[in-house]
Design a binder for this molecule. Structure first.
Ligand code: SF4
Length: 241
């Protein structure tokens, strides 16, 4: 049984080779933890939990005309835990797929709204522009769709809309005063999770395969490595210790 995460499937979509190296051979570039983003996620979680306990809508729902309350469920903490998450086990196809949600809201109809919290610091926050230009923004939508599919596979009714709760840090304030202030943007996305199962199966198939899959053609990192290798081939002294 292959255990596979939401972020692994996203990586498979972006570059099969990096996915294969990371999940078959545990070879991946070193990355630093996003501690400031985690702090925002956690503060936001605390706020949602406050309204969840009271079964009341968060003021941002009222402000944006969202009829919902934070969803109260025994498994909420597991679903939000990076080491657990919402999971779907498919014994027939041999995978255990899952990912950790940031939050889930519930509409009066019972349908669930999947939510992810993001933070950034832009002079001008323009989601439409960002979405049209940047692949990572499309990845955020895919992230929500994967969570939607997981909730559906756990027998919940899921609303087609999902939200990014986006905090934009104000970086041009006159005084810092040890306080970072944010604008809040609620991004509503109309989602379609019909592609998810196929991509999970494709990622599992790649992982089960013996051949090194192709690298993405448009990634600058492999080109950097190739050029570096060419230089070091000409003179081994060019290799950095
Ligand atoms: S193309 Fe980029 S993402 Fe793919 S293997 Fe090379 S470095 Fe990794």
């Amino acid at each position: 049984m292959i255990k596979i995460s939401r972020s692994a499937v996203e990586q498979h979509l972006n570059c099969q080779r990096c996915f294969y190296l990371a999940y078959k051979y545990k070879i991946r570039p070193h990355s630093l933890p996003f501690t400031l983003n985690s702090a925002v996620d956690n503060l936001c979680k605390n706020e949602f939990d406050h309204y969840r306990a009271k079964a009341e809508p968060h003021p941002m729902f009222l402000e944006h005309g969202i009829e919902a309350v934070p969803f109260a469920h025994d498994k909420m903490d597991d679903w939000r835990n990076n080491f657990k998450g919402v999971r779907h086990i498919n014994k027939e196809d041999g995978y255990n797929f899952g990912g950790a949600v940031d939050d889930i809201w519930q509409k009066p109809s019972g349908e669930l709204i999947v939510v992810d919290v993001k933070s950034t610091a832009k002079n001008v926050f323009d989601w439409e522009d960002t979405y049209s230009k940047w692949e990572y923004a499309k990845g955020y939508k895919r992230q929500l769709e994967m969570y939607q599919w997981l909730m559906r596979m756990n027998d919940f009714e899921v609303a087609p809309e999902a939200y990014l709760v986006y905090y934009n840090g104000k970086k041009n304030e006159p005084m810092f005063d040890q306080k970072l202030t944010f604008d809040l943007h609620l991004v509503r996305l109309e989602c379609d999770d019909s592609w998810v199962e196929g991509e999970v199966l494709a990622a599992v198939k790649t992982l089960n395969g013996d051949a090194m899959p192709p690298a993405a053609s448009d990634c600058p990192n492999c080109n950097y490595l190739r050029k570096r290798w060419e230089v070091s081939q000409k003179d081994p002294k060019n290799l950095v210790d």
